[in-house]
Design a protein around this ligand. Structure first.
Ligand SMILES: [Zn+2]
Ligand SMILES: [Zn+2]
Length: 388
């Protein structure tokens, strides 16, 4: 017997009648369906995130690249205009019989990591800018890259918008998952599935709030304009690009396993480091940007600069650990050899933000880039690098 006025146990806020009632008898959702639904929810967000955006001034929303297509993706593409990335293959069949303990042990999902091929037109796309306002990024996308505070701000702004866009999609797909993924399961399994989805959802909403705040602050700075609040550290190299990325990381530990911040604490205003790897026509650049007041990010960068690792190789490991928005050139990947490929696959499958230190950097070389310059808004960092 069902009391028609009872709220559902799952916390959706709906009445039990309209929510979980009879769910064990429903037809289960196939992994492929779930994946498609999640992709769809990412497509529905179309908004211009430019600081001066408003309906009167905006053109149609376009597919905006978060990694420059003209210079960077083109440099990585094969003869058919494709680039490559690592991704978790979620359509794996249960017959592979992977046990949970394998999945959640470090590197346990390595075997589910596959290489995806993606056309340069589709790579790194968000529907987050209109045709008119996407041009705000021209100074960091065409010609020789000039390192100054204004351009550093643009790198920061683009990665913040990218994360914000991703979080909106994640929260949207979360509501689909909570009302569909446990169809046809026993009550006990419904409880387990809802608990883990709830955990993911809480994290996504926390991230969404944080990135919305960062975006608002960035818009304020752009309008002033005042770029002093954004710090930068840029390495300039000669060599062959190999891969690129635009992402943000919120490290919980520094490179010596020193504690920085705990992401699971939703009251915490976690601090963010933006990372972009790109090329102009001549050089390769690794660009770090962050809010000048983010003390934990300084600590993270200082630990990276003071460690004995090869910086571009450490950056490669960070890229594959933290970001899905990475793209690589097939010949670079093939040239790494199986051992290094497995190391990066293992990085990519590792669970981050677990409240535990990440595995230390390996001493492998992933690139042969030769440093030709370092630029920073912070004297301190330049001093450390000179001493090293
Ligand atoms: Zn429910
Ligand atoms: Zn616009």
């Amino acid at each position: 017997m069902v009391d028609e006025e009872v709220q559902c146990w799952c916390g959706s806020g709906l009445l039990f009648q309209e929510c979980h009632f009879g769910r064990e008898e429903m037809k289960p959702v196939l992994p492929k369906q779930a994946e498609r639904a999640s992709i769809e929810s990412f497509k529905t967000t179309e908004i211009c995130f430019h600081p001066f955006a408003d309906e009167l001034k905006c053109d149609d929303i376009i597919r905006a690249h978060t990694v420059s297509r003209g210079q960077t993706l083109k440099a990585l593409a094969d003869s058919t205009n494709h680039v490559y990335q690592l991704g978790l293959d979620l359509s794996f069949s249960p017959s592979r019989d992977l046990e949970q303990k394998d999945l959640f042990s470090p590197g346990g999902m390595k075997d589910l990591v596959g290489i995806k091929k993606i056309g340069t037109k589709k790579a790194s796309i968000i529907r987050g800018f209109c045709g008119r306002h996407d041009s705000v990024f021209n100074p960091i996308e065409s010609g020789d890259l000039v390192i100054n505070s204004e351009n550093a701000f643009l790198f920061w702004f683009r990665s913040v918008v990218f994360e914000l866009y991703q979080k909106i999609g994640l929260v949207d797909s979360g509501s689909y998952q909570r009302s569909n993924l446990d169809k046809g399961q026993t009550f006990a399994d419904q409880v387990l599935i809802q608990a883990s989805l709830g955990w993911i959802d809480t994290g996504a909403k926390h991230g969404l709030r944080r990135y919305r705040d960062l975006w608002k602050r960035s818009c304020f700075l752009y309008r002033k304009p005042n770029y002093e609040e954004i710090s930068y550290l840029v390495f300039k190299y000669e060599g062959v690009l190999g891969y690129s990325v635009t992402c943000n990381l919120s490290p919980e530990y520094d490179c010596n396993n020193g504690f920085l911040q705990k992401l699971a604490n939703v009251k915490n205003m976690f601090q963010v480091l933006s990372l972009t790897v790109l090329s102009d026509k001549r050089n390769i650049f690794v660009v770090f940007t962050w809010q000048s007041k983010s003390k934990r990010i300084y600590k993270f960068l200082r630990s990276l600069l003071n460690s004995s690792v090869d910086i571009p190789s450490a950056v490669t490991e960070l890229t594959f650990l933290y970001s899905e928005n990475h793209y690589f050139c097939k010949s670079w990947w093939d040239g790494l050899g199986e051992e290094k490929q497995n190391l990066l696959k293992r990085r990519h499958s590792s669970l981050i933000y677990t409240g535990k230190p990440i595995e230390p950097f390996s001493l492998e070389q992933f690139t042969d880039w030769k440093e030709v310059g370092v630029f920073s808004s912070e004297e301190d960092f330049l001093r450390i690098l000179k001493q090293g």
